[in-house]
Design a protein around this ligand. Sequence first.
Ligand SMILES: Nc1ncnc2c1ncn2[C@@H]1O[C@H](COP(=O)(O)OP(=O)(O)OP(=O)(O)O)[C@@H](O)[C@H]1O
Ligand SMILES: [Mg+2]
Length: 348
Amino acid sequence: MFITKHDVTDALKEVIFFAGQNNIVDLNMVDDIEIKGDDVKVTIIFPKLDDPAVGIIYNSVVKTLKDKFGEELKVDVKPVSEADKGRGPLAGVKNIIAVISGKGGVGKSTVAANLAVALKRSGNSVGILDADIMGPSVPIMFGVEGERPGMMEREGKSVMVPLENYGIKILSLGFFIQPDQALMWRGSMINNAFNQLMTDSEWGNLDYLVIDMPPGTGDIQLTLAQSYNIRGTVLVTTPQKIATADVRRAAMMYRQEKLEIPLLGIVENMAYFTPADMPEKKYYIFGQGATDELANELDIPVLGRIPIVEKIREAGDGGSPVSLDDETPVTQSFIDMAANIQKQVAML
Ligand SMILES: Nc1ncnc2c1ncn2[C@@H]1O[C@H](COP(=O)(O)OP(=O)(O)OP(=O)(O)O)[C@@H](O)[C@H]1O
Ligand SMILES: [Mg+2]
């Protein structure tokens, strides 16, 4: 049978990449098609190669082409990663860091925002993406609440231009979703919106893209983690046993064999309280030891210990993360944390 590239391309439109919610042709994942007699070789670009989707699509391509052109066809599928090809909308982003926790309200957004600022202060180009649909707080913390991202044309497609404040690029699910509507959003809608923030956006060249992930271990977290080449996760906990138990569960999910996303370490937030008039005192309000226990058990480092300080909350609510302040012990605790995270990334 005489087959053309056009025939093969047409047939491959039946192969769907679920994370992208479209077929692999329209997602521009088909990089190359070579045909020699009954031999067809298809090169397919994936966001990352250690993803179960690679195997699924591999099989689906073989089956689709054989069904269409006959069992005698010899199909060779070559998966390559976006990083190998130096392409993809996120090709300019060197390190995606996901800030996660098992439990809500432990200070994930505070840590993500201050991590972004501290990384920026040490000379990196930085973006922050708020993926927390139920409580998008990054726009408030960066003082861009109520603003909307701009749009531009990229390769014939209209894409978002992140907002910018303090030299940091910012996008948030909160730009799309009104808080009172959040409960009505289904998982697939959230994934769609998240994918747009990641790939239909002009992040440009970044050393770090920090993602404030939704708390918990549900489907959404899993999809997000599977679809992108996340360099590592930072776990946030408070020292309470009940918080570390939830963080343990979240850590296990990200560590699952199929995801294999490195856990960079744990940040202990609200580690202790120091009264402003007694700077030498540390009160361990939420207890002591549970974080170290968890770090030991998971065999990962404690990346930082952030005190409970009224200024952290005030600065967050006021739209300028506390790490923007001059050197104070609190700012220093975030700068040390960011330095440790950079060190862990360098060791990967
Ligand atoms: N170290 C700290 N000292 C004082 N206040 C803090 C500290 N960390 C966080 N907070 C305050 O606690 C509240 C919850 O923090 P944050 O929003 O960062 O938590 P979260 O884990 O992102 O919560 P959610 O699960 O709702 O997204 C905020 O008002 C924040 O300003
Ligand atoms: Mg939050």
